[in-house]
Design a protein around this ligand. Structure first.
Ligand code: GDP
Length: 444
């Protein structure tokens, strides 16, 4: 996961000061030395680190902090506040055109994730905001770029405007916007050409596309894994084109985080979204305060709740509760539930959003393996309908057949059935307890 090293180090450092009843100026200075090293090691821009340390130190040694009843916690709060400011402060939302369509131009170097992000953004606008975006294929140079966007559009069932690779991007943008007006698309997202390096010709062309399309937003897509290079790329594009925001991709990888923590301070551009994976729903609006909480091990419960709200089917959840109560829970329900958990995203990513998860050393080693979930699914899918409903009929020969059908071992099948049994027993006990309580009345 991104920020892992930085998060570990900052959390260890803050842990030392958090519980202290008395904090001296020397304690703060000592802590700040460690914070400074942690940030530099995470590849945060040198000047940015210097300013950050200065601000946190000034605020922390202020009278109100050190003399407060909980000085340790107050210092941690200062770090959290300043980290949030560093990441951009308030969440920066997409600017909206009063007279639709809102035009968003996507720019960036080749390989940064521009085409993928164009699709993800359209998907986000439709799914979360009920919008009707038109995707525009204006990268006529990279072989297969148009095809790639068309494939993405096809997957998402979203229209893609293209005129092939023989028409200039300026003309494509112009016609696309006219079409969007005609067909009442409220957003137009233009996927422009990228190069391996910034060159004048590219910038000239992007400027022309900008002039003709008069975009409300120009998002630079940058790869977080490239660290300070991402910051340099952002500076150059911004100087020449006047960007309005940044989308940082590949934050699901093990980037040290330097780009995320430096970009706003160096370029003054807000990070609008972050890419958290290759799938079309792996794009998150960027919330500086939530990211800051994640880095400091305070969790990101809000994002977790939002994910659950959009992905978990409420009706199904209710039905499940009922089944648990009256003990009619089957392997099919088990499969269903696993599907719901899976739809929330990779499990280690979910864990990173829980407060204190970083500190639970045990959790790190129990890597919850998405592959294992796949195995469990395969086993359940190899059972007959009757077996799923009445697991007690699964005898030795049935177990062998299920193992063979799923490509797993008999031991794995045994283990799963045992776990399922234990789970049912636990549910029975729990529902027994609940009933007991109800009868006796709650005595609080
Ligand atoms: P473009 O040249 O800028 O249009 O880049 P593409 O959209 O073709 O993306 C390049 C590669 O990066 C593809 O393999 C994408 O699947 C991958 N990619 C894009 N965004 C992310 C992300 O947020 N996380 C991960 N892990 N991969 C990504």
């Amino acid at each position: 996961m991104a920020f892992e090293g930085l998060a570990d180090r900052l959390q260890n450092t803050l842990q030392k000061i958090r519980g202290k009843g008395k904090v001296t100026e020397a304690d703060v200075k000592e802590m700040m030395r460690e914070v400074r090293l942690a940030l530099l090691e995470a590849d945060v821009n040198f000047r940015v680190v210097k300013d950050f340390i200065k601000r946190v130190t000034e605020r922390s040694v202020g009278q109100e902090v050190l003399k407060s009843l909980t000085p340790g916690q107050q210092v941690v709060k200062v770090v959290h506040d300043e980290l949030t400011t560093l990441l951009g402060g308030e969440q920066s939302k997409i600017a909206v055109n009063n007279r639709p369509p809102t035009v968003i131009m996507m720019v960036g170097l080749q390989g940064a994730g521009k085409t993928t992000t164009t699709g993800k953004l359209a998907n986000h606008l439709r799914k979360k905001h009920n919008r009707n975006p038109l995707l525009v294929a204006a990268d006529i140079y990279r072989p297969a770029a148009i095809k790639q966007l068309e494939t993405v559009g096809g997957q998402l069932n979203l229209p893609v405007f293209s005129l092939g690779d023989q028409v200039s991007p300026v003309e494509i943008a112009k016609q696309a916007i006219a079409k969007a007006k005609e067909e009442h698309h409220d957003y137009v997202i233009i996927d422009t050409a990228g190069r391996l390096h910034i060159d004048e010709e590219l910038m000239d062309e992007l400027q022309k596309v900008k002039e003709i399309s008069n975009p409300n937003e120009i998002f630079l897509v940058v790869d977080a894994m490239t660290g300070q290079d991402a910051v340099n790329v952002a500076e150059s594009f911004n100087e020449q084109l006047g960007l309005t925001g940044v989308v940082l991709t590949k934050l699901d990888g093990d980037t040290r985080g330097g780009a995320a923590l430096s970009i706003k301070a160096v370029t003054d551009l807000p990070i609008k979204f972050v890419g958290m994976g290759e799938k079309m729903d792996a794009l998150e609006p960027f919330h500086p305060d939530r990211m800051s909480s994640r880095i400091l091990g305070m969790g990101d419960v809000l994002t977790l709740i939002e994910k659950a709200q959009t992905n978990v089917d409420e009706e199904k959840a209710k039905e499940l509760q009922k089944k648990m109560r009256d003990m009619s829970f089957t392997f099919d329900d088990f499969l269903d539930q696993m599907g719901q958990v899976k739809s929330l995203g990779p499990l280690d990513e979910l864990l990173s959003m829980m407060p204190g998860a970083n500190k639970m050393k045990g959790l790190k080693n129990v890597s919850i393996d998405d592959k294992q979930i796949g195995h469990v699914e395969a086993i359940i899918k190899s059972m007959t309908k009757l077996e799923r409903e009445q697991p007690e009929i699964i005898n030795a020969s049935r177990r062998r057949r299920i193992a063979k059908g799923s490509g797993r071992t008999v031991q794995e099948v045994n283990r799963l059935i045992k776990q399922f049994d234990e789970m049912k027993k636990m549910m029975k006990q729990m529902s027994g307890m609940m009933k007991g309580k109800k009868k006796g009345g709650m005595k609080f």
